[in-house]
Design a protein around this ligand. Structure first.
Ligand SMILES: *[C@@H]1O[C@H](CO)[C@@H](O)[C@H](O)[C@H]1NC(C)=O
Ligand SMILES: *[C@@H]1O[C@H](CO)[C@@H](O)[C@H](O)[C@H]1NC(C)=O
Length: 216
């Protein structure tokens, strides 16, 4: 009986320690990021709530089209906690994405967020690839007003498949979703991954890897 009790107590303790150590929801009304604090926490330190102003919860300029004059023909304008300190601890952020005709937002993944995208001007070809071993491509052409979701962590992309400019607004389930652009991460890492590794991984000649590494 005594032994049984001890085991239960241990279980209860373990459970409660976990509950105290991890809380997925904010523990106060808000926690406007204080960019000046040198303290390291999972997120950013809160500034004194009495000093919070409306501007801490606001961002202006998402009506302005991004400059798409670049090799990809697209531009992401992010609104994460870096641009909007009031997002700190709230687990959300957003972005405007502009696409020149036939421009692409190249294959990338957000390690910390799912993404829900609304097309303001299309048409936009979108897709994501499921994890190994299926690696199934799930893809669709979206029109103005259509909404599409990219599940957390999966590689996805968009392409403007029209003759005019396209625009989308994306919402993400993290204040800092993070971006890993596949080509940049693999071929443009700092320092570079040994070309022998990439040549074997991609089953191509080392020259092709050298060429790709010189571009990213
Ligand atoms: C951070 O420091 C700068 C410069 O001292 C100051 O202007 C700004 O108000 C500070 N920000 C916060 C949130 O305390
Ligand atoms: C857009 O970016 C290109 C390339 O960086 C630059 O030459 C051009 O001046 C920019 N256009 C505007 C309107 O800022």
């Amino acid at each position: 009986m005594a032994k049984h009790f001890t085991l239960l107590s241990l279980l209860a303790l373990t459970c409660c320690n976990i509950a105290f150590a991890f809380e997925t929801k904010p523990l106060q009304d808000f926690c406007v990021a204080d960019p000046n604090s040198s303290a390291r926490v999972n997120g950013l330190v809160c500034k004194n709530p009495m000093l919070a102003q409306a501007n801490d919860f606001s961002f202006s300029g998402l009506h302005v089209a991004g400059n798409t004059s670049n090799p990809f023909g697209s531009r992401v304008t992010p609104v994460t906690v870096a641009q909007l300190p009031g997002l700190n601890t709230l687990g959300i952020s957003m972005a405007r994405i502009d696409y020149a005709p036939w421009g692409i937002n190249p294959p990338h993944t957000h390690p910390r967020a799912s993404e829900i995208l609304t097309v303001l001007e299309g048409p936009l070809l979108v897709g994501f690839v499921t994890s190994n071993p299926e690696n199934r491509l799930i893809t669709k052409v979206l029109q103005k007003g259509d909404v599409f979701v990219f599940p957390v962590g999966l590689i996805h992309f968009q392409r403007n498949v029209g003759y005019g400019n396209a625009v989308a607004i994306a919402a993400l389930s993290s204040q800092t979703p993070g971006v890993i652009t596949i080509a940049n991460a693999v071929f443009g890492s700092n320092a570079p991954i040994a070309s022998e590794v990439l040549a074997k991984a991609f089953q191509v000649d080392k020259n092709i890897v050298d060429q790709l590494q010189s571009k990213f």
